[in-house]
Design a protein around this ligand. Structure first.
Ligand SMILES: [Fe+2]
Length: 481
């Protein structure tokens, strides 16, 4: 068993506060200037990206996941582009602003269970999803989805789902664009360790049910198909003895199988079928679908998630605290007739933050776009890999120029898009040395080509997390809080 104590003393100030990660405090609105290419006329909507940007000096030791949520967005319309960035105005940020300092310590410090708001700040800093007419900013550790208006990025408040949702909502809820339903989980270190639910196309909470796990598990994602949601019980666990002492400590059990639970979309714990698989940890799934007797899941699997399991790779495999990011494209096939699982690695390139055409989420898909991990100690992406699942996972690759690192590439269908990869990849790209920041638009069918356009941004865009594309019609038809 490998363990990580979240209260261990890091040797130096976090690397996730400097370089491309250094927070900014300005909130600006600015038209973007074209460096090269042309802004496509058939790209109309808003590209938005969430991320951690601490407003005040962190209280205690800093972990990259701690910072206040800040959204950077670019509005495209008729061949022009406007950039904005704004904090997500959470209650925790408001309290800090009133106090003039950061009030809550992060996850590297002992949890403060005396806080009425919970031991850690709900920063809404992790994920974005546009659902039922609202852009929701979502936290990795289950919190309150915050409604952010487009295009001005004003935080309208918390989406409580009429108070029916009795727990938090974690990254990464999954949207079925065929039904409009949003499937979600909430995970906590205390019972119920996992909760699963469904929100309807009109934004009503229509299902919520606790899931019986043998203990607290680190979770980050789920997957969906038309009939099932896929929940995870991975080999990464919160140590029960530490929790009993009020501490948070993670352990990886390389001899304990990971389990995947297929639950009918509106099922309960009694309906789940669990499938054993090889031990692993995974932040992000890519997609899942049904194929005959099988349910297929593809994702970014990490074989050895702790740095001390592979210390010789420390200089070329990124890490966040003691967790190493060595994710490879992987497939699991769950046979619902025999109850067995087959799995295989699809590629050996380390790449993460996978994106795909969200119109096919939960249905068989051919293409996905993964950010290639640079050989750096922190998580930076030096290129994009486009996998073709139907052709042996053959890949196209787009590499950024030396010294430049990109973020998650959202897939934006072009207006009138007729096929799965008929659209654009959009991402922020930043120079590590100078902080120069650009927005790149790639042709998703030819990602190895030079960008369709490169746009200059007037300020540095710190490295962040997850993205979403909202088309112009959806922007025009937003639902108030
Ligand atoms: Fe994530």
């Amino acid at each position: 068993m490998m363990t990580m104590t979240m209260t261990s003393e890091p040797p130096v100030r976090s690397s996730y506060l400097s370089g491309n990660y250094e927070p900014i405090q300005s909130e600006v609105t600015a038209d973007l200037q074209i460096i090269a290419g042309v802004i496509p006329q058939d790209l109309n909507g808003v590209f938005a990206r969430n991320g951690a940007n601490p407003r005040f000096e962190p209280k205690g030791r800093y972990h990259w996941f701690d910072g206040d949520g800040m959204i950077h967005a670019v509005e495209f319309g008729n061949g022009s582009a406007t950039y904005r960035n704004r904090y997500v105005r959470t209650a925790a940020l408001a309290a800090d602003l009133d106090a003039g300092e950061c009030l809550a310590a992060g996850i590297l410090e002992p949890p403060d269970f005396s806080r009425a708001e919970g031991p850690y700040k709900d920063t809404a800093n992790t994920d974005l999803v546009f659902h039922a007419g609202q852009l929701l900013a979502v936290w990795w550790l289950g919190g309150e989805p915050h409604v952010v208006r487009l295009p001005d990025l004003e935080t309208l408040g918390v989406q409580s789902h009429d108070g029916k949702r009795t727990c938090g909502l974690s990254a990464h809820p999954k949207l079925d664009m065929h039904t409009g339903e949003l499937m979600w989980i909430d995970h906590q270190p205390f019972p119920p360790y996992l909760t699963y639910g469904v929100i309807s196309a009109t934004g009503e909470l229509v299902h919520q049910t606790p899931i019986d796990l043998p203990g607290a598990r680190l979770q980050h994602d789920l997957a969906i198909t038309p009939n099932y949601s896929i929940l995870m019980d991975m080999s990464m666990m919160f140590e029960p003895s530490a929790l009993a002492r009020g501490k948070v400590k993670l352990g990886f059990y390389p001899d304990t199988p990971s389990r995947f639970g297929l639950i009918p979309r509106f099922g309960t714990n009694e309906d789940i079928r669990w499938f054993d698989a090889e031990p692993m940890f995974m932040y992000h799934t890519v997609n899942a679908w049904e194929s005959g007797d099988e349910v297929v899941l593809v994702g970014c699997r990490i074989d050895q998630p702790f740095t001390d399991a592979a210390p010789s790779s420390a200089d070329r495999v990124p890490a966040i605290a003691n967790l190493r990011l060595a994710p490879a494209f992987h497939e699991w096939r769950f046979n619902v007739r025999t109850g067995t699982c087959r799995e295989r690695q699809l590629d050996d390139v380390y790449a993460e933050f996978p994106r795909m055409d969200n119109r096919l989420l939960g249905r068989a898909s051919q293409f996905s776009y993964h950010q290639r991990c640079a050989e750096t100690s922190t998580l930076l992406f030096d290129g994009v890999v486009k996998y073709d699942y139907l052709n042996g996972c053959a890949a196209q690759t787009h590499s950024y120029e030396t010294g430049w690192f990109g973020g998650e590439t959202v897939f934006a269908p072009r207006d009138g898009s007729t096929s799965e990869d008929d659209g654009y990849l959009i991402t922020f790209v930043v120079h590590e040395g100078t902080g120069e920041s650009e927005l790149h638009v790639l042709d998703a069918q030819r990602i190895a080509d030079a960008p369709v356009c490169r746009l200059s941004i007037a300020q540095r865009v710190p490295t962040g997390y997850h993205t979403w594309w909202v088309d112009a019609a959806s922007v025009a038809n937003q639902r108030p809080l």
